[in-house]
Design a protein around this ligand. Structure first.
Ligand code: ATP
Ligand code: MG
Length: 334
């Protein structure tokens, strides 16, 4: 699946001399600004608590959080589908409540729950979506979107005859029908098979290259790790972390040293207790978790103490802890 650039990037002119102080890249400016946002549902349930969040133009932002954390509620408010109890949302500088039509026209939304008109054709349903935004007909754009999403050969099929994965792609096509600058994908790959998921990641990446800002929610840590420039974690209605993915991995990342022992151990000598080692694999493997943030990893002294204790090993390896460990930690402790 290829999503061709819509040509939003300006190619350098031949012979053009670069400015001594180039403008900051577009990714630096916020396209969405959420300030002091709270939502209390009619039932009295507080689904969002004082959320502040800026989305940078051109980025892929992944919002991670467990079931019921408030992801869909937040997206619904940003898109103007639900009203906040407190706070303000600006989309492209426009207030989503007081300037709804302008702000909403910048957004494409693929909702978590799929609902399409089962008996319409793919072409009709996607074209109709564009019309809802008051945009003039543009069959060439609809054709491009359907081709990019590998739906062109299904354009005359009724939605009801499509597979689940195809229906999800139709939802994306609908969301892109009016050429939005921002695309929200609420759990885009829930229940989608591995191959198709990878295809969708590719679509999202090429969309980003064409200048679209993407906000996705997901339960798949792997998806955030693979796709996002920045990651936000929401838990119980509160944003508990927003960070560049790379910084996050580095800052919170722990490393694991695994030692494959020459002989099996039934217990560990007392002298090694400060290292909080785990003896696994019926005593054949020793595991040491250490912090990459710390000044010292403790590895040198551990190896020395192992030697003193007469514990020998055949091999060792290290692994970086995944975003999953970080996420589970955050959600558990907050
Ligand atoms: N219309 C509503 N009325 C009352 N409570 C609601 C309503 N919609 C959502 N909630 C509650 O608000 C909380 C957040 O729901 P939300 O759908 O935003 O979570 P989510 O993070 O999207 O979860 P999931 O990962 O399951 O999609 C939940 O406790 C939910 O029960
Ligand atoms: Mg949700």
């Amino acid at each position: 699946m290829a999503f061709l650039s819509q040509g939003s990037a300006v190619p350098p002119l031949p012979g053009r001399v670069p400015a001594p102080f180039p403008n900051p890249p577009a990714i630096m400016s916020s396209i969405i600004s959420v300030a002091n946002l709270s939502k209390t549902y009619g039932s009295g349930f507080k689904a969002l608590k004082n959320v502040n969040l800026d989305i940078k133009r051109g980025e892929i932002f992944a919002l991670l959080g467990p079931n019921g954390a408030g992801k869909t509620t937040l997206i619904s408010i940003i898109c103007g589908i639900a009203n906040p109890s407190e706070g303000k949302v600006l989309v492209g500088g426009e207030n989503i409540q007081t300037s709804y039509r302008k702000a909403r026209s910048l957004i494409g939304l693929v909702p978590q729950e799929l609902h399409t008109d089962a008996f319409e054709s793919v072409w009709a349903t996607v074209s109709f979506s564009r019309g809802l935004f008051g945009k003039p007909k543009n069959p060439a754009h609809i054709e491009k979107v359907l081709k990019d999403l590998s739906l062109w050969d299904k354009k005359d099929n009724k939605i009801i005859t499509l597979s689940g994965g195809m229906k999800r792609r139709v939802m994306i096509a609908k969301a892109l029908s009016h050429e939005p600058q921002i695309l929200f994908l609420d759990e885009p790959t829930a229940g989608v098979d591995v191959e198709l998921r990878k295809g969708m990641w590719e679509v999202v990446r090429t969309l980003q290259q064409s200048g679209v800002t993407i906000i996705l929610t997901t339960h798949y840590i792997e998806e955030a790790e693979e796709m996002a420039d920045r990651i936000g974690v929401i838990n119980k209605g509160e944003i508990v972390l927003v960070e560049d993915k790379a910084t996050l991995m580095q800052k919170l990342g722990k490393k694991r040293l695994t030692l494959h022992l020459q002989g099996k151990l039934s217990t560990l000598p007392e002298s090694l207790s400060p290292y909080k080692l785990d003896l696994c694999d019926s005593g054949a493997t020793l595991i040491y978790d250490y912090d990459t943030k710390g000044e010292r990893t403790g590895i040198t002294s551990l190896l020395g103490d192992l030697r003193t204790a007469g514990i020998r090993f055949n091999d060792l390896d290290t692994t970086q802890s995944s975003l999953e460990d970080i996420f589970v930690d955050l959600v558990r402790t907050s």
